[in-house]
Each structure stands twice: as C-alpha cells, then as structure tokens.
Write a protein that binds this ligand. Structure first.
Ligand SMILES: CC(C)(COP(=O)(O)OP(=O)(O)OC[C@H]1O[C@@H](n2cnc3c(N)ncnc32)[C@H](O)[C@@H]1OP(=O)(O)O)[C@@H](O)C(=O)NCCC(=O)NCCS
Length: 112
C-alpha cells in the first residue's frame, strides 16, 4: 500500500461508504483498518486494507474483511461492481474474489 499525503488524507478520510478500524481489546490501540469507497449503488471498492506488521497473520485482516463484506452484501443492489486491488494471493479468494484478467486488467496512475 502506498503512503498518502496529509492533504489527501484530510480531504478523503471520512468520505468512504464504510470503514473498519481494528483495535486491541485491552488498550483500544488501532492495529488495522479497511475501507469501502464507491457510489453506494453500483460500485463498491475495497481499499486501504492494512494490519500493522507485528499483528499480521493473527486473523485481524480476516476480521476486517468479514465486516466489510457484511456491509457490501447487505447494501449492494444486484449487479453491483465490487472490486479491489490484491497485493497478496490466497486471501481475498475466501470471499469469492477472482482475478479480473483476462476480461479486464487493473491499471493505476500514480500521481506525484
Ligand atoms: C493483507 C493484510 C491486510 C492481511 O491481514 P492479516 O491480519 O495478516 O490477515 P489474516 O491473519 O487474517 O490472514 C489470513 C490469511 O491470509 C493470507 N495472508 C495474509 N497475509 C499474507 C501475505 N503477506 N502473504 C501471503 N498470504 C497472506 C494467509 O493465507 C493467511 O492465513 P495464514 O496466516 O494461516 O497463512 C496484511 O497482511 C497487511 O496489512 N499487509 C500489508 C499491507 C498490504 O499489502 N495491504 C494491501 C493488501 S491488498
């Protein structure tokens, strides 16, 4: 996941359709997050999935995805386009995601 600018964060954070912050039960310290952005009717994009390195591979990412998917499956009308960019193999497949290739391929424009 690329870092974002402070300006971008101030402008964009809070405008998502749905977001999840994973916190430690004891201290409430945030250790992970995930967001859904889109128009709420036709397109839903899962983004900014992240768990702090020390807390990875302990099921936190799965908990975040479960919550995001519960929202999407509840809210998305039929024929909605639900997508994400996967940086790892074998994780998002659990929720039914499949590679968009060869039908389409994800492309990015990295602004400076
Ligand atoms: C991707 C990410 C959010 C997953 O969170 P997590 O808390 O580690 O996920 P879980 O513990 O629920 O992992 C469940 C399974 O996903 C798969 N998985 C998770 N991270 C993986 C990785 N880096 N490489 C390969 N498989 C991975 C494994 O199958 C894992 O099960 P296992 O630990 O029994 O092998 C987290 O690894 C992360 O923040 N990575 C760095 C940021 C990043 O790349 N974000 C964009 C992802 S598209």
């Amino acid at each position: 996941m690329r870092s974002r600018s402070k300006e971008g964060i101030e402008k964009g954070l809070g405008k998502e359709l749905y977001s999840v912050v994973l916190r430690l039960k004891e201290t409430l310290e945030p250790v992970g997050m995930g967001r859904v952005v889109g128009d709420g009717g036709t397109i839903f994009v899962i983004c900014d999935m992240a768990v702090l390195e020390n807390w990875q591979r302990k099921g936190g990412g799965t908990m975040i995805m479960e919550a995001l998917m519960e929202f999407i499956l509840r809210e998305a009308p039929p024929k909605s386009y639900v997508n994400l960019m996967a940086d790892i193999d074998g994780f998002y497949e659990r929720w039914g995601f499949v590679p968009s290739l060869p039908r389409s391929r994800g492309m990015v424009l990295n602004t400076d």
